[in-house]
Design a protein around this ligand. Structure first.
Ligand SMILES: *Cc1c(COP(=O)(O)O)cnc(C)c1O
Length: 394
């Protein structure tokens, strides 16, 4: 373990920990005590790797995007998480957590979801394992994300509407936590990003670290070096970025760039640019950086991309931001939409609008000579077609 990873108390520098109501102690403590033994166990790893290969479709390709590279004057590789089963990186984590839940003897799975992507990834692995699945989702999001609600229901999940507050992701998260308090013995809560009380941020990062593990091997095969100059990923809670950064953290020469959603602009009052606007505080069980008013009320985030409008970031990201290991930047709705169209027309790949934020940052960079960039293409854009076509008037 080094200075960028979690310590034995569950902290990354001043961030992380487990700030939870006393009634959640038994559940969280059970996880804290068992997660490393379980996921390091040989039989776990064997089943995990097998499912990643045969069910998720890994390794995901590392694709040299030639026309994109030409445009920017660098060697730009896309890590194709969009080609995973269910269309994004989230399945890496839910496969890991369902195997963990099985080994903990849990029969009932709960999850929160915003855009529905994590809900779908959770419903998928519950169908795979024949476990009961309950997904909490804000009432507003249920209306906005009908196709994902349909997917979850078809896979046998029960979707419960969160009707409090703004009726979006953070309210769904609160409902899921309440459920867990009431069902401590038989239920596992699958959190969808590197957020929540310790050990979730570390556990989810470990499950997603397959992204950078594969990237290093693939880069070595293609370029004779496993070390790019830049690694870029978008950040909602931060799980695809955490996975994309994981095996590069110790290589200080690799510049890590995390792209947040600036919505209508960082200063517009409608954004999700957490590090630009946020202050230190506690949200959903861990100490991190979050968007809040002076008296500590969480500010409702906004982004055109439903997967990025989270008011916080995971504690590891707060730490990488604070100690300068990562550059945390932001991209507006407009910049992201243009980048999405650009990738589609240069490479024939329609990215998720979340991933378009990472791609858009290329416009702000300048490269010298023969530099290598890896961008995490966290998901595919099928779910966003409506948004893209309306935006461009197609
Ligand atoms: C959910 C999602 C994200 C944001 O979540 P992270 O935990 O920050 O990775 C990014 N891209 C896609 C495609 C998503 O579905």
């Amino acid at each position: 373990m080094n200075k960028y990873h979690v310590n034995e108390k569950g902290y990354y520098g001043p961030f992380g920990g487990a700030y939870i109501p006393e009634m959640l102690y038994p559940n969280v403590e059970e996880l804290q005590q068992k997660y490393l033994d379980i996921i390091q166990d040989e039989s776990f790893q064997q089943e995990f790797q097998e499912l990643l290969r045969d069910y998720v479709g890994r390794p995901s390709p590392l694709y040299l995007a030639k026309r994109l590279s030409q445009r920017y004057g660098a060697n730009i590789y896309l890590k194709r998480e969009d080609l995973n089963h269910t269309g994004a990186h989230k399945i890496n984590n839910t496969v890991g957590q369902i195997l963990l839940a099985e080994r903990l003897g849990k029969k009932r799975i709960i999850a929160e979801t915003g855009a529905g992507q994590h809900g779908v990834a959770t419903a998928t692995v519950c169908a795979l394992k024949g476990l009961e699945c309950i997904v909490y989702m804000g009432e507003v999001d249920i209306a906005r994300q009908a196709p994902n609600v349909a997917r979850m229901k078809m896979m046998g999940a029960k979707v419960i509407a969160a009707q409090s507050g703004s009726r979006t992701l953070k309210d769904a998260t609160n409902e899921a936590l309440r459920d867990w308090i009431n069902n401590p013995v038989d239920t596992h809560y699958i959190i969808g990003s590197v957020v929540g009380p310790h050990p979730y941020p570390d556990m989810v990062a470990k499950f997603q670290s397959i992204i950078s593990e594969e990237t290093k091997k693939q880069l070595l095969e293609k370029t004779d070096s496993d070390t790019p100059n830049y690694v870029i990923a978008c950040v909602g809670g931060g799980s695809n970025a955490a996975g994309m950064f994981y095996h590069f953290l110790d290589q200080e020469e690799v510049k890590l760039i995390a792209v947040e959603a600036a919505g209508h602009g960082v200063e517009s009052g409608e954004s999700a640019a957490t590090t630009a606007l946020g202050k230190e505080g506690v949200l959903h069980g861990s100490r991190s950086i979050l968007m809040q008013t002076d008296d500590g009320q969480v500010i409702e985030p906004y982004s055109i991309s439903a997967g990025l409008d989270y008011p916080g970031i995971g504690p590891q990201h707060a730490w990488l931001f604070k100690n300068g290991r990562g550059s945390y930047v932001s991209i507006t709705d407009d910049e992201a939409m243009q980048a999405g169209l650009r990738l589609t027309q240069l490479e024939g790949i329609i990215p998720a609008i979340e991933s378009s934020h990472a791609l858009a940052y290329l416009e702000k960079m300048s490269f010298k000579g023969d530099e290598t960039v890896v961008i995490c293409l966290s998901g595919r854009g099928d779910k966003d077609l409506d948004n893209y076509t309306k935006y461009f008037g197609l």
